[in-house]
Design a protein around this ligand. Structure first.
Ligand SMILES: Nc1ncnc2c1ncn2[C@@H]1O[C@H](COP(=O)(O)OP(=O)(O)OP(=O)(O)O)[C@@H](O)[C@H]1O
Ligand SMILES: [Mg+2]
Length: 555
């Protein structure tokens, strides 16, 4: 493990963003209102279309029929009017009015003829099938006269269309009125009997009014029949559309919906029983094909998962065995390394001591009679004592490292422990010409083992001290990291710094770049901090000093 970065992980397990399935898709609706169904929509469209088209053509047809009827009646009326005119012309020239009046009376009694009248040029009703009107003056403002007398001077020539008028009778049917002017022909103004002056153009007007009751009744009946026929056709087209839709669309769609619901519920064996050749049949077949493929894929995935699980299980077992063997080998290797290092570390000073002991023995043997060279012996003994002390330090540190002492936690102030540690190494700092700068924030007390914690701080201060051989500045800072709820202490020196390659090993036991170092200082520090559930981080690069940052949980 790379012990150069022991910070608490900052990556927090926050839930991943993204939309849940319900937010992206509409849930399947199982019940549907009748007006939402496709059948209803199509039937409504068919009914409306039939109604509009039928209505339009019916209107057109009725209009044409009515016109045709009116034209026929008009033609008949014109013929009748001309017949009357011709029938009475001779009698009028012969001045046989009574004879002429009788003809008109007979014609006026025909069915459908309301009234026949003749007006004189001055407006006198010369003849009318209604006897009481005879001899009276006609009102020129009434409809029959309006065609000629709308202007101040009466018109002498009328078009066929302006001779007719249709108006309500007031008895529930319409009336067709037709006027036919009698012109002053040559026979008239040259007749011997009663010659009219030649300048008079119009002698009088024949006015025939005919009842349109029969035609109107016919039209009403035709209209009623056509409307009934239309309603019947809309109802029957809609009914046929309903049945066809239910049979060809409704029922297959229901089967498809049921199928998709069953598949959505996980029933991939469901088959839609539609076998028609239309689009629905194609859809059902491709749906069945899809579920079949899904079923196959599902089976394959299940098989893969089963095989995968089996393989993972086998591999895990193999890995566990390998890991166990590796750990065993690593343990043996580490033990061997430690044994070799310890043997080497201890062997050096012991060899030195042994050499001096042999030297002293030989000196004593050689100068049995002479007095021993006390000065030399003192020098030898002093060297031997230094070597023994070094051996003792190695053994002491080794014991700290391999058999960590139990934590004896007390509520302590880290700032005070830093001060106490500085007090212990005060002399060493002074001799090494090192200035200490402190930027300590007030910290809450925490539960920690004070003596072990002091050991940590002393080791870090001594390392900084040893790194700044010709003097320097040691900056000690402390602060409370509220976001992580930890107490932070940092030791920054102005020493030569550590190269990236060395940085990876500074916490390894017995890793040292110093002639007299044991390489156990930082390994012991790391052990103590870890047992306090804290972390230690090193920030260093050659030429820019080294900063050791200890972080300990507040509680
Ligand atoms: N502040 C520092 N500046 C530069 N190098 C450092 C610093 N602290 C540690 N090191 C490097 O890390 C190595 C390991 O340090 P550690 O404290 O474990 O052992 P040591 O100091 O060499 O020996 P001991 O602690 O027994 O005296 C040191 O030899 C040194 O190379
Ligand atoms: Mg050290």
């Amino acid at each position: 493990m790379d012990r150069t970065s022991h910070q608490h992980g900052t990556a927090s397990a926050t839930p991943r963003g993204g939309l849940s399935p319900t937010e992206t898709t509409r849930p399947v609706q199982h019940s549907m209102r009748w007006y939402q169904s496709i059948e209803f929509k199509i039937i409504l469209s068919v009914a409306i279309t039939t109604m509009v088209i039928n209505g339009f053509f019916t209107f057109l047809y009725l209009d044409v029929q009515a016109r045709h009827l009116d034209e026929t009646i008009l033609k008949n009326a014109t013929q009748l009017s001309e017949t009357i005119k011709k029938s009475i012309q001779y009698d009028m020239i012969q001045n046989r009015k009574e004879h002429a009046w009788r003809i008109m009376q007979t014609i006026g009694e025909q069915e459908g003829i309301e009234k026949v009248r003749i007006y004189g040029s001055d407006g006198t009703i010369l003849f009318s099938t209604t006897r009481e009107e005879r001899g009276t003056m006609v009102d020129k403002k009434v409809e029959a006269c309006y065609a000629c007398h709308a202007e101040e001077a009466p018109l002498e020539h009328l078009t066929i269309s302006s001779r007719n008028r249709i108006f309500p009778s007031g008895k529930g049917y319409r009336i067709l009125g037709m006027i036919n002017p009698m012109y002053n022909d040559r026979e008239c103004f040259s007749g011997e009997c009663h010659a009219h002056p030649a300048s008079q153009k119009v002698l009088g007007v024949i006015d025939i009014t005919m009842s349109l009751a029969e035609g109107d009744a016919e039209m009403r009946s035709a209209r009623g029949q056509i409307i009934a026929f239309n309603i019947l056709s809309i109802v029957s087209i809609s009914a046929i559309a309903v049945l066809a839709l239910l049979f060809f669309v409704g029922s297959p769609v229901k089967q498809l919906v049921l199928g998709t619901t069953r598949v959505a519920q996980g029933d991939l064996a469901h088959v839609i029983p539609i076998d028609s050749d239309d689009e629905m049949g194609h859809l059902a077949r491709s749906f069945n094909h899809m579920t079949e493929s899904l079923q196959k894929a599902n089976d394959e995935i299940r098989e893969w998962i089963r095989t995968l699980e089996q393989k993972v299980e086998e591999r895990t077992k193999e890995l566990k065995e390998t890991q166990f063997q590796l750990m065993h080998t690593e343990k043996l290797a580490a033990l061997g390394k430690i044994a070799a290092t310890v043997a080497h570390e201890i062997n050096n000073p012991l060899t030195g001591v042994f050499t001096y002991v042999k030297l002293m023995e030989r000196k004593i043997e050689e100068g049995k009679d002479a007095a021993p060279d006390v000065e030399k012996f003192r020098e030898y003994l002093s060297t031997m004592s230094r070597e023994v002390q070094r051996t003792s330090a190695i053994v002491h540190n080794l014991l700290d490292f391999t058999r960590p002492k139990e934590l004896s936690r007390k509520t302590v102030s880290l700032n005070s422990l830093v001060d106490e540690s500085l007090g212990i190494v005060r002399n060493k700092l002074a001799i090494s010409d090192i200035t200490v700068e402190k930027e300590m924030d007030p910290l809450p007390d925490i539960p920690a083992d004070p003596s072990q914690m002091k050991q940590v701080f002393i080791n870090l201060i001594i390392n900084a001290c040893e790194a700044m051989e010709g003097g320097g500045v040691l900056t000690i800072k402390s602060w409370h990291d509220r976001s992580r709820n930890t107490e932070m202490i940092s030791f920054a020196d102005t020493g030569p710094g550590i190269s990236p390659e060395e940085l990876a090993h500074v916490f390894d036991p017995f890793y040292t770049t110093k002639e007299k170092g044991t390489g156990l200082g930082l390994a012991v520090v790391y052990g103590i901090i870890t047992r306090h559930n804290g972390t230690i981080e090193v920030k260093s690069s050659p030429g820019s000093g080294t900063e050791m940052i200890v972080s300990l949980p507040t509680d």
